[in-house]
Design a protein around this ligand. Structure first.
Ligand code: ZN
Length: 117
C-alpha cells in the first residue's frame, strides 16, 4: 500500500508537471476560440522565399512538439484523476500496485513494468 505522504508528493509533482506543460503549450500554440483545440503559432520571419521555407519548417516542428505535449498532458490528467477515485499507483492492466521506484521515476505511469513491456 502506498503511503499517504508518498501519494500526496506524487500528486504535487504531477500538478507541477501539468502546469509546466501548459506553459510550454501556451508558448508554442494558441487555443481555438471554442477552447477545444491547440493551434501552433505561426512565426513570421519575412516575405522572402527563404523566410517562408523557414517558417514552414519551424511550424512543422512546433506541430510535432505540441502533439507530444498534448499526449503528455492527457496522460498526466489521467493520473491526476486517479487520486480522486483512489486508483493511483495501481496498474491499469493487472490491478497490482506499481513499484514505488517506477512511480518516482515516472509519476504518471499507467502500467506496472511487466504490463508496460
Ligand atoms: Zn500490471
Amino acid at each position: 500500500m502506498l503511503s499517504k505522504e508518498f501519494t500526496e508528493e506524487q500528486k504535487e509533482i504531477l500538478k507541477k508537471k501539468l502546469k509546466d506543460i501548459e506553459a510550454e503549450l501556451e508558448e508554442r500554440a494558441v487555443k481555438s476560440p471554442d477552447n477545444i483545440f491547440w493551434k501552433a503559432k505561426f512565426d513570421d520571419f519575412g516575405i522572402e522565399d527563404d523566410d517562408e521555407v523557414l517558417e514552414d519548417e519551424v511550424f512543422d516542428v512546433k506541430v510535432a512538439q505540441i502533439k507530444n505535449l498534448l499526449e503528455d498532458k492527457a496522460q498526466i490528467e489521467l493520473a491526476l484523476e486517479k487520486f480522486y477515485n483512489g486508483s493511483y499507483g495501481i496498474c491499469a492492466n493487472c490491478r497490482q500496485e506499481i513499484d514505488v521506484e517506477r512511480l518516482k521515476a515516472f509519476p504518471e505511469a499507467t502500467f506496472c513494468i511487466k504490463c508496460d513491456s
